[in-house]
Design a protein around this ligand. Structure first.
Ligand code: XIL
Length: 324
């Protein structure tokens, strides 16, 4: 049943953080987008603005304009902020060529980056995805520039540097394809267990939950969440969207999508996960429409709001689940 209460009101009443990834230009220029963000969500993740590439136009300079705009908007509207992301192999600056640096220089560069960014948003960013996607799809450590220079301890140092600068922030490891029990989530589990054994200050794990084409089984997601919680880690769903393989959407696609969103919210409530972020507001702004060949592989309508930011059945389903 459509509810009289907004998603945000419903989430607030339940003590749940329902978040959304936001784009600064849409926030500034699109009135219906801005209204949805403000009225329907209580948590924001900058979709790109806090990544190293957008933040670092040249080696000596930082451009915090877009990130500041989002963080200020969140504060003005009493929302939490998930900072995404400090260490990643993608979206590094175009001028950044690893071969220009020695391993020691790369380590210093990363430390300075983390200290500067976390320092700027001390007390305004609540949660950081400190390291994003360090595990490859086959479960081995991904051979990134950071891994190449520092080995696995790049994760240890990254969490330690962030923790030193802002001991209050909650520090997360974030990854895709590790939502349910599988080879990759086994590897993430083992990695995080090693970090904890070494005393690394990590608070939680973010499961991105890009349900694209194939959707993970909800019982398996719940079991996976519980094993990370048993390690003492908090778990959040950090980048959810739900699409069918292109050309294979069933007639009742919107209802099926709604049911999956509902099931995932119910998994969160059952397991004590208190944060779920969707990766965009309306379908028109979804990354799936523009990223690589995704528009050929998946249906471009993975979110809670449609092309004109009107609520879809999935919107009613998540409210219903949170209200239940
Ligand atoms: C995506 C953004 O949505 C796109 O706008 C950008 O072009 C590429 O990155 N996993 C992540 C996110 O951790 O940062 C990615 O976001 C989606 C996959």
């Amino acid at each position: 049943m459509p509810s009289d209460k907004s998603l945000r009101q419903t989430a607030d009443e339940r003590g749940f953080n329902f978040g959304v990834a936001v784009d600064p230009d849409a926030l500034r220029n699109d009135v219906s987008y801005r209204a949805r963000v403000r009225d329907e969500f209580n948590t924001l993740t900058p979709e790109n603005a806090l990544k190293m590439g957008p933040l670092r136009p040249s080696p000596e300079t930082y451009d915090f304009g877009d990130a500041d705009a989002i963080v200020n908007f969140a504060r003005a509207n009493d929302m939490d902020v998930r900072g995404h992301t400090l260490v990643w192999h993608n979206q590094t600056p175009t001028w950044f060529q690893p071969w220009d640096y020695t391993d020691d220089q790369l380590e210093r560069f990363l430390r300075e980056h983390i200290q500067t960014v976390v320092g700027r948003y001390r007390r305004t960013v609540d949660v950081w995805d400190v390291v994003n996607e360090a595990v490859a799809d086959d479960g081995t450590m991904r051979e990134t520039v950071w891994y190449d220079a520092m080995g696995e301890t790049y994760l240890d140092r990254a969490f330690e540097w962030a923790h030193e600068v802002d001991p209050e922030a909650d520090l997360y490891y974030n990854d895709y394809g590790a939502d349910a029990i599988n080879e990759k989530s086994d590897a993430v589990y083992d990695l995080l267990e090693r970090l904890l054994d070494r005393g690394v200050p990590i608070d939680g794990v973010g499961l991105q939950l890009h349900a694209l084409g194939e959707w993970p089984d909800c019982e398996s997601i719940a079991e996976n969440i519980r094993r990370f919680q048993a390690l003492g880690l908090d778990v959040q769903i950090t980048e959810m969207d739900v699409a069918f393989p292109a050309g294979e959407a069933p007639e009742d696609a919107l209802q099926r999508q709604a049911a999956f969103y509902r099931d995932v919210v119910e998994v969160c409530l059952d397991t004590g996960v208190d944060t779920l972020v969707t990766w965009g507001v309306g379908d028109a702004n979804s990354w799936i429409r523009v990223f690589r060949d995704f528009s050929e592989r998946y249906t471009g309508d993975p979110l809670l709001f449609d092309d004109r930011n009107r609520p879809k059945p999935a919107y009613d389903a998540v409210i219903d689940a949170l209200d239940g």
